[in-house]
Design a protein around this ligand. Structure first.
Ligand code: PLP
Ligand code: COI
Length: 341
């Protein structure tokens, strides 16, 4: 299989058209068999529920070329299950989980020429998504839906790769208690756009969102969960019902405990304690683990002891072990790696 002529080492996190995408339509209460198509456009009613009332959710995962030349993806069953949760919350029909995983595999294989080579620093990002497609004008769910999966080769989410980031505590809230923060709904990202543009204009890479009820506890960023390392080497991650249950974060907690022998804690994390942590990282499919060097709280700078030059030692070990598992250099726990080819 001849790979596309792409400068893998220098691509950022952007959209690039690839050859095929998966499309399945839901009508009269059932999903059709689905197909791979070359058509990268979507035609829907001007009054489609997704356009009027944002009835849409999505997922994100990656395909990797392993050291021994296989193409794999990482825990796609968890993306299927999280998409089910998103669909139920948004009154959308569930795309069966086994079919979701099969469609991911089919679409990756159909775009094999775009799967970045081992060691290139790039990966193939996979974006499953669903939306209400028929006309709805009263506020109610659609009756017809489209489920699609496209792929696009990507490099690091944050410019500068593994350089520590400076982030700010946001004055905007991302999610309400009992709201939709724990699902991957497009609406959560729409309302974060003003906050992220504001942060970028002020020179910050990301926002740290706090809990909307008390604004004393750390939630997550616009696209990743937090991990903190205490000065005595414990891995701490915020517990909250209004953050996305990151598959990367859940995996890293297992890696920390079972592979690195570290103590792990999922608990409420207060803004007050930020100054006491040794390291901080953002974790997610796109972010992998991106180190944070500085958190700015309304002008007050909290500089992590790991500094602004490189990843802290524990975050680095977590990063190396997780990416080692994903790229086939380190044996994975049972069921984590789905071999595509
Ligand atoms: N939090 C938010 C808001 C996200 O958009 C993402 C990305 O998917 C994550 C966390 C990380 O989740 P995952 O590790 O499953 O990619
Ligand atoms: C992902 O990590 O897959 C996401 O969906 C995050 C998004 C901000 C790109």
């Amino acid at each position: 299989m001849e790979k596309k002529n792409i400068d893998w080492a220098n691509i950022g996190f952007g959209y690039q058209d690839t050859d095929k995408r998966f499309v399945s339509n839901y009508k009269n209460g059932a999903w059709d068999e689905g197909t791979l198509t070359s058509d990268n456009t979507v035609t829907i009613s001007e009054c489609a529920c997704v356009l009027q009332y944002a009835q849409t959710c999505f997922e994100g995962l990656k395909a990797y070329t392993t050291e021994d030349g296989h193409i794999v993806c990482f825990r796609p069953d968890l993306n299927a299950s999280r998409m089910k949760d998103s669909c139920l919350r948004l009154e959308m029909p569930v795309f069966p989980e086994d079919r979701f995983v099969q469609a991911v595999k089919d679409v990756v294989l159909a775009n094999e020429a775009y799967v970045p080579p081992y060691g290139s620093g790039a990966t193939l990002y996979i974006r499953p998504y669903m939306f209400g497609s028929n006309a709805v004008i009263g506020v109610k769910p659609a009756d017809e839906y489209q489920f699609r999966i496209f792929t696009t080769p990507v490099g690091p989410y944050f410019k500068g790769g593994a350089k520590p980031l400076t982030i700010k505590i946001s004055d905007f809230d991302r999610a309400a208690p009992h709201g939709t923060g724990d699902i991957k709904a497009g609406l959560n990202y729409a309302m974060s756009l003003h906050a992220i543009v504001t942060a970028h204009n002020e020179g910050y890479a990301e926002n740290m969102y706090l809990d909307a009820a008390t604004r004393t506890k750390v939630e997550e960023t616009g696209g990743a969960n937090f991990l903190f390392i205490t000065k005595d080497g414990k891995v701490v991650t915020p517990k909250s019902n209004s953050i996305l249950p990151s598959i990367t974060r859940r995996s890293l907690m297992v890696v920390a405990k079972d592979y690195l022998g570290l103590e792990v804690e999922e608990r409420e994390v207060y803004v007050e304690e930020l100054k006491d942590f040794a390291e901080c990282g953002l974790c997610g499919t796109a972010a992998v683990i991106s180190p944070v060097g500085k958190i700015v709280d309304h002008g007050k700078e909290i500089v992590l002891p790991s500094g602004m030059d490189e990843m802290g030692p524990t975050i680095k070990k977590l990063y190396d072990t997780l990416t080692g598992i994903q790229m086939g250099r380190i044996e994975a726990p049972d069921g984590w790696i789905e071999v595509i080819k």
